[in-house]
Design a protein around this ligand. Structure first.
Ligand SMILES: *Cc1c(COP(=O)(O)O)cnc(C)c1O
Length: 432
């Protein structure tokens, strides 16, 4: 076989390679990226784009952030993996740092987001049985309709997305679905026997950036506690600055997770689930955080992962969190987010093609005025890519806009022009 790693290949050839040799479990936009820096990515032909997906908010700190890259390469040349059969000299430091950063007693490190969700489910069930008198192996966890928590067999068991779920049964029992942003339905579900907890995304990202009422999380947590259940926030996509605060659970607080105003706005989860930007996209790192009463139900041998807590991931994650704080990225996300939505709203007011813009911080979406089955959102994303900005539809007719948080106002203004000009041009041809 000719050495395909040294031979120059076009975007078309590289797409064909994936198509021929890879499983077809994704449907990417036809763009082949080979370089990234900050808010920009470049394809193999050298065309430059603004990245408006940020790898589903994993790259909040921007592509190849020098601080994170340095932590990665420095640590990679010392030691990368010890397994948890032995200690390593980074993990304890990282756990001390991250628990202080987020304000919890303990951290349990994993790798992918789905693994952290699985970890939260296990801890929740075990805690409910050991400490809350829920019958053994009978614990139920309430989740929201249209949730996205990952792709494992158990997680797709409680998804109502047919595409994610169909044909993967038998499904894991023990989950109750309620409508999102509906505390009456939650209260009713909490009356069932053996309810252990409620797991929710503070903003539903994959569902199309669905923002609940301001008091939803606070009410939900209160109802959980009243009914002896715990409140679990999946902040894998919304956390780490994305929504203009350290966590979306912080509400409108600017505190990076530990200010005096915490009691007013911060709905501290009993279990916090993090992933994605926890490593700035340089390496898979996820975790759950909880206080001792909950976390210490897990004893040696009862849960783990070969790579979870490895020194390379810990060093990278430490750097990724430092960047968020040092560069004030949460504040930047908040300011730029407000500017983005107000500029897009002005445009939408005179557009027939786009119905609305919504979101928080730099997690935003527009809803295209066409049926959910139409290809309009996809076609718009293809046109935006041609014009130098890559974004992707979430569900049907919704396009998410989530650039790296290191963007400047000048860059964002350029992006707003690309987005609105593309939509205007598209609208001229649309439904002719
Ligand atoms: C991406 C995501 C996950 C899954 O994370 P993976 O790293 O893809 O396993 C879980 N929950 C939410 C809210 C997510 O956005």
């Amino acid at each position: 076989m000719e050495d395909i790693f040294t031979k120059k290949l076009s975007s078309k050839e590289l797409i064909e390679l994936e198509d021929k040799h890879g499983a077809h479990n994704y449907h990417p936009l036809p763009v082949v990226l080979s370089k990234g820096e900050g808010v920009h990515v470049w394809d193999v032909e050298g065309k430059k784009y603004f990245d408006f997906l940020s790898a589903y908010s994993a790259v909040n700190q921007g592509h190849c952030h020098p601080t994170i890259t340095k932590a990665l390469t420095d640590q990679a040349s010392r030691i990368t993996l010890t397994s948890r059969a032995f200690h390593n000299d980074i993990l304890g430091r990282y756990e001390a740092y991250a628990t202080e950063y987020f304000g919890f007693d303990k951290l349990l490190p994993m790798n992918s987001g789905a693994e952290a969700v699985e970890t939260a489910i296990k801890v929740c069930r075990k805690y409910a049985h050991e400490k809350k008198g829920v019958d053994e192996n009978k614990a139920k966890i309430i989740v929201a309709n249209n949730n996205f928590h990952g792709r494992t067999t158990t997680i797709v068991s409680f998804s109502n997305d047919e595409e994610a779920r169909k044909d993967y049964g038998p499904y894991t029992p023990g989950f109750i679905q309620v409508p999102y942003n509906d505390t009456d339905a939650l209260e009713k579900a909490l009356q069932e026997d053996n309810v252990a907890g409620f797991m929710v995304e503070p903003i539903q990202g994959e569902a199309g950036v669905v923002v609940p009422d301001d008091d939803y999380l606070a009410k939900a947590k209160e109802l959980c506690h009243k009914n002896n259940a715990i409140f679990i926030a999946d902040e894998i996509q919304t956390g780490i600055g994305r929504t203009g605060s350290l966590l979306a659970s912080c509400g409108n607080c600017d505190c990076q997770g530990h200010c005096e105003r915490q009691e007013d706005t911060y709905v501290k989860p009993d279990i916090l689930i993090l992933g994605k930007a926890l490593s700035g996209g340089a390496y898979p790192v996820s975790a759950i955080l909880a206080d001792d009463e909950i976390m210490l139900v897990i004893k040696p041998g009862q849960h783990g992962s070969t790579f979870g807590g490895n020194p390379l991931g810990a060093a990278v994650s430490h750097a990724a969190l430092e960047v968020i704080r040092d560069e004030k990225l949460t504040q930047n996300a908040r300011e730029l987010g407000e500017h983005f939505r107000s500029e897009l709203q002005k445009f939408i007011d005179q557009s027939d093609l786009v119905k609305l813009v919504r979101g928080k911080g730099l997690l935003n979406a527009i809803v295209v005025n066409d049926s959910e089955e139409s290809t309009t959102a996809w076609d718009l994303c293809v046109k935006m890519a041609e014009n130098g900005l890559i974004a992707k539809p979430t569900h049907g007719n919704i396009i998410r806009f989530a650039p790296p948080l290191v963007m400047t106002k000048e860059q964002l203004d350029e992006c707003i022009s690309i987005i609105t000009n593309t939509i205007s041009d598209f609208e001229k041809e649309w439904k002719k």
